[in-house]
Design a protein around this ligand. Structure first.
Ligand code: SAM
Length: 270
């Protein structure tokens, strides 16, 4: 085995033992890329040197966590996906007296605000509780604040319109300097919480789970663990939505769901 692979394995194990973040079943290629990037950022010559640094310096670990978790998101990402939720899922959600939505791997919150806006426009937000979870505490803090760079708002507005948005997107935020501060009431029923799909268990029964662009970073074993959690959490005939590059096709859990809009990765529990 090449030395760098040994060092990588030791780094991942050290992070798990010291900080309880479990990256052991993440996709090897992706974690390798991230760690190589970290070597440059931390100016470390070897992965062992990086390990030494993060083991003895929690602040350095927090910085590494930002690189390992890829906190990249956008509002109404893949507008057709949100349009399909509005068209195919919302009419069925309307039949429930109360709704629980779990957004797993919510990152800095863009997906949460998108979902909250969609549910408000459909008259469902008041009877919905949203659990927005992630393993990155900095991302969760940013998500709670609901303040996003104004620079991105033009692209988000376009996404919102393409996703079937019914109002002016500007109705949902106040611009101040270089930031858009989102309407706090969108998050009245949102609980932001630390939860790992790698180590934690199910915490509530839900009607809709959105886990987008998270499973691509996991190996098959960890993807199946996550599908198991989603299956256990979803109510009878609940909805699971994934990212555009994610699928249930190769999982044993595939048999326990049916595609509702296959192209948009929207599934329903059988
Ligand atoms: C690329 S972002 C996706 C954000 C959002 N879902 C979207 O589609 O725009 C991936 C997120 O998954 C989170 N994540 C990584 N491993 C996780 C785990 N084991 N459990 C929960 N979230 C995790 C990361 O912290 C990161 O915020």
């Amino acid at each position: 085995m090449p030395s760098t692979d040994i060092e990588l394995r030791l780094l991942i194990e050290a992070i798990y033992l010291k900080y309880s973040y479990d990256f052991r079943d993440y996709s090897g290629a992706s974690i390798k890329r991230r760690v190589n990037h970290a070597l440059h950022q931390f100016e470390c010559k070897t992965i062992s040197a990086l390990q030494d640094k993060v083991l003895h310096d929690p602040t350095a670990f927090m910085q590494l966590l930002q690189l390992l978790t890829i906190p990249v998101s956008e509002m109404f990402r893949d507008p057709d996906h949100f349009q399909a939720i509005r068209r195919e899922v919302v009419p069925l959600l309307k039949t429930y007296p109360s709704i629980k939505v779990w957004i797993a791997g919510c990152s800095t919150g863009e997906e949460v605000y998108s979902m909250a806006i969609l549910l408000r426009e459909e008259g469902l937000l008041e009877r919905t509780i949203i659990y927005a979870t992630d393993i990155n505490p900095r991302s969760l803090e940013k998500a709670k604040q609901g303040i996003f760079s104004l620079e991105n708002i033009r692209a988000y507005t376009k996404n919102y319109q393409q996703a079937g948005g019914q109002r002016s997107f500007a109705d949902y935020y106040t611009a101040a300097y270089d930031y858009a501060i989102f309407d706090k009431s969108l998050c009245d029923n949102v609980t932001f919480a630390d939860h790992s799909l790698a180590t934690d268990s199910v915490f509530s029964e839900t009607q809709l789970i959105s886990c987008r662009n998270v499973l691509i970073y996991f190996n098959k074993k960890l993807q199946d663990r996550a599908f198991g959690l989603f299956h256990e959490s979803l109510c009878h005939r609940g909805f699971l939505v994934l990212g555009s590059k994610e699928t249930l096709d190769f999982s044993p859990y595939g048999k326990l769901f049916e595609p509702l809009v296959k192209q948009e990765r929207i599934y329903r529990k059988l």
